[in-house]
Ligand binder design. Structure first.
Ligand code: PHE
Length: 453
């Protein structure tokens, strides 16, 4: 078996972990899902799900990963031999695949927007033009598929090189730049005429629009955002050093990730209202609004290109962590060399991922195929985000709360007695034993219509 990797420094851990969490979820998904679900009320429920479900799952995954020093499947086999807990790991690998099927396609749209922005396609953008360009981007079959292949080639190359160092360094340098650009975007968006409408949409809750499906969506989004419930954070946790403070790391990542999502919302919604777009325009929201934000600004073309470049990078680092789930499994459990594991993962994602990319628009090749009332694109998204990840998360907190062992847990959370965080641990224990399982289960039962909230 090959030597397992490790992140070199504490800062590297934060960069890589945040690199996994921050991605298309913040910049693309969070705004459009918030838009489709009515704004502020949805955000409040989302925040509740982050803190009472997503964050405890993240800490639990770090604990399992670091303790076992193994991948999503191997970790449970090592810690609880002979039990069926390892099935959580297989479900995680399935989620990682489902997410990659559509995520690589959307990342391809973002890559292509970088080049379009550089070329000046949005120099004289109007709402109608940005709408047209987006439709063209996703409905023309071959180009989006080629972009998807390019994304996979980039991700695969970095994974094969195993350049944790390169990735660590890259994310460390670029995440702050993404932050700054988002703030510029917000400043511009907030000074547009009618911007206040957008702000109101984000801060004035209207709970009358909230249904049980909305709550399930908020929970799924929280899991998706934090990359939890499917083994990514577990796998990354297995690369953490013995000194890493697990709860503090998870709290930092969850908070920073949430700030990035809210900033994206603050850049997008004022623009939506200023230019008369619909907040519920769906997956195209980012692509039609952001070019408008920059279109009438000094250096707009360069800033727009920079924005899509950084979004491409955010998407790429998130994809690295997704692909690491099956790759570390194949390397650890099947004794495969890293390059072979990566090629297998890449090829399978490409072949099935085509069905997502080709169904993102009704005019695309598979755009009219429907399975259980959903396109391939929506199906992969729905099953991973609203079913597998929250279910995975449920089993992970139950495992940590009831089966992992109190002493083991103390050792991991205090780094063998070196951290003085007993108050936090007491709260965490109650949360993973009772609160998170209850919250996740109730949201499921409510969505299934078995109980009524
Ligand atoms: N958290 C990432 C995002 O928001 C997506 C992701 C999900 C990454 C699951 C890894 C695992 O874009």
């Amino acid at each position: 078996m090959s030597q397992r990797g490790k992140f070199a420094t504490g800062l590297g851990v934060i960069a890589a972990t945040l690199g996994s969490a921050v991605g298309l979820g913040n910049i693309w998904k969070f705004p459009y899902v918030t838009g489709e679900n009515g704004g502020a009320a949805f955000i409040i429920i989302y925040l509740g799900c982050v803190f009472f479900a997503g964050l405890p799952v993240m800490i639990s995954e770090f604990v399992i990963g670091r303790k076992s020093n193994s991948n999503a499947v191997g970790s449970f086999k090592k810690l609880s031999p002979g039990s069926p807990w390892y099935l959580i790991g297989y479900a995680g690998i399935a989620s990682a695949y489902l997410i990659m099927f559509f995520y690589t396609g959307v990342a391809g749209w973002v890559y292509s927007y970088f080049f379009r922005a550089l070329r000046g396609d949005f120099a004289y953008a109007t709402p109608a033009l940005t709408d047209d360009i987006f439709t063209q981007t996703i409905s023309t079959n071959l180009p989006p598929v080629i972009w998807q292949l390019i994304v996979l080639a980039v991700v695969g190359t970095i994974i094969i090189a195993g350049v944790e160092k390169g990735i660590e360094r890259m994310t460390k340098a670029l995440m702050p730049v993404l932050f700054v650009l988002l703030i510029i975007c917000c400043a511009r968006a907030l000074t547009l005429p009618n911007a206040i409408e957008g702000v109101r949409f984000l801060i004035k809750p209207d709970f009358s629009k909230v249904t049980s499906a909305t709550i399930l969506t908020a929970m799924g989004l929280a899991f998706f955002k934090l990359s939890v419930g499917m083994g990514t954070m577990l796998t990354y946790g297995s690369y953490f050093g013995a000194q890493q403070d697990l709860p503090a790391t998870a709290i930092k990542v969850a908070l920073s990730d949430t700030v990035v999502s809210l900033l994206a919302g603050l850049a997008i919604f004022p623009t939506v209202f200023a230019f008369g777009f619909e907040p519920n325009s769906g997956p195209g929201l980012l692509f039609i609004t952001i070019p408008m934000v920059f279109s009438k600004m000094p250096f707009g073309r360069i800033l727009l290109a920079a924005f899509f470049l950084l979004t491409s990078i955010a998407a790429t680092t998130a994809l690295l962590s997704l692909m690491e789930v099956p790759v570390s499994f194949l390397v650890d459990e099947k004794g495969m060399p890293r390059w072979k594991a990566t090629i297998i993962a890449m090829t399978s994602v490409f072949i099935v991922g085509l069905t997502a990319t080709l169904s993102a628009h009704p005019d695309a090749l598979l755009g009219k195929v429907s399975i259980l009332g959903k396109t391939f694109f929506d199906l992969y998204d729905y099953v991973s985000q609203n079913l597998l990840m929250p279910l995975g998360g449920l089993f992970i907190v139950i495992y940590i709360g009831w089966f992992f062992g109190r002493d083991n847990l103390m050792v991991e959370l205090t780094n063998r007695g070196n951290l003085d965080n007993h108050g936090l641990i007491r709260i965490f224990t109650i949360v993973v034993r009772y609160i998170s399982p209850a919250v996740i289960t109730l949201i499921f039962l409510n969505a299934l219509g078995i109980i009524k909230a």
